[in-house]
Design a protein around this ligand. Structure first.
Ligand code: SAH
Length: 342
């Protein structure tokens, strides 16, 4: 199979390509180095392959990337807007930490999950991103900042487990020791809780991290905020998570956005404790990034602290997410929405 861009090929697929044109499989590793280490912009830069092979590669494997159209910069965060081949837009956010740079990548154009608090979910899924459209988010951001990305979270626009195969190939490419060499423990996939895919994910031979967007401690409330809960209930998600932990021995993150007078009461905190007691996890409390078009508000700081204290006192590991770029429309989907209003 020939793909629309070289950046969609996993190493294994590229090896198969070379075998298919009667060349040695190791050429795939050679080519990966040119793409992800030397970061060529033209096949003419390759010096260690014969012309006949290069001619074939040029024909079969286009060096196609998405297009970077806008960057909003702040001191610890950059927000990138990209244009795709069909004039759709997606975003990525780069965050500076003391331990390195993390990037939040998008996995779909639009999203079908319809979470009530989420800006990107206001637009139905248009299509899945192709593998190269995820890989080249990283390449273009690294080029822009002239440094190496050390951590990746698949938490931008889209539901990664609704684009499972391409997301997994994307992760293989960026994780490859011949590719961008991002350690699997530095890679996190965040899902709203598509249960069968959680089971599939735990069977993969990789050490990627899993984060679950929980956001409510009861089915009633979760259903109101996240329609996916009508299909996969909290207890189904938690059973899958327990199974994942047993199988992989890895700790899972639960994300919990705090929404004023919705899910930020003491009662909610206590229910959450009850749900998560005994699970090897930690909770990431997220101060809500308000957006103009959604009538939900951020909890007051004292409420957030109270919620945090209740979890802490009950021995649930918990952090409050450090905030990046609320000034620069970094809540996912906001930059794209602005673009489309223009
Ligand atoms: N679909 C996946 C990944 C994309 S959303 C998922 O649901 O996990 C990534 C995270 O950002 C989720 O936890 C989501 O709930 C959260 N999020 C969405 N809109 C937000 C906002 N306005 N403020 C803060 N967090 C938000």
């Amino acid at each position: 199979m020939v793909k629309s861009s070289i950046y969609s090929y996993t190493l294994q697929e590229l090896e198969d390509y070379f075998l298919g044109i009667h060349e040695k499989a190791f050429k795939a590793k050679q080519l990966y180095r040119w793409l992800y280490d030397k970061k060529i912009n033209s096949y003419d830069e390759i010096t260690d392959m014969k012309k006949s092979v290069l001619d074939l590669i040029k024909k079969d494997l286009p060096l196609l990337k998405i297009e970077l159209v806008e960057v909003e910069r702040d001191y610890d965060v950059n927000k990138y807007l990209f244009k795709l081949y069909d004039c759709e837009y997606i975003e990525a956010v780069l965050m500076r930490h003391d331990y390195g740079f993390s990037i939040c990548v998008s996995s779909q154009v639009g999203c079908n999950m319809g979470c009530k608090f989420c800006e990107s979910g206001r637009r139905k899924k248009v299509r899945n991103l192709e593998v190269y459209e995820m890989v080249t988010q990283l390449l273009l951001v690294e080029e822009d900042m002239n440094d190496k990305i050390t951590h990746v979270v698949v938490m931008g626009i889209g539901e990664p487990f609704d684009n499972y195969d391409s997301v997994l190939n994307f992760l293989k490419i960026i994780n490859s020791s011949y590719g961008l060499q991002i350690g699997s423990r530095h890679i996190t996939v965040s899902t709203c809780g598509i249960v069968p895919k959680i089971y599939q994910f735990m069977e993969e031979p990789y050490q990627f991290n899993l984060a679950i967007s929980l956001h409510a401690p009861s089915n009633e409330l979760r259903e109101e905020l996240m329609p996916i809960n009508k299909v996969y209930k909290i207890e189904d998600v938690l059973s899958a998570v327990k199974c994942y932990i047993k199988k992989t021995n890895r700790r899972v993150t639960f994300e919990y956005i705090l929404l004023k007078d919705k899910n930020d009461s003491e009662e909610c905190a206590l229910l959450l404790v009850k749900l998560l007691k005994g699970i090897n996890c930690y909770v990431n409390l997220i101060p809500y990034n308000e957006t103009e078009s959604i009538q939900l508000a951020r909890s007051k700081m004292f409420k957030i602290m109270k919620f945090y204290d209740i979890l802490k006192k009950n021995k649930i590991s918990v952090t409050i997410r450090r905030e990046f770029g609320s000034k620069i429309s970094a809540a996912c989907g906001q930059l794209r929405s602005k673009k489309e209003e223009l």
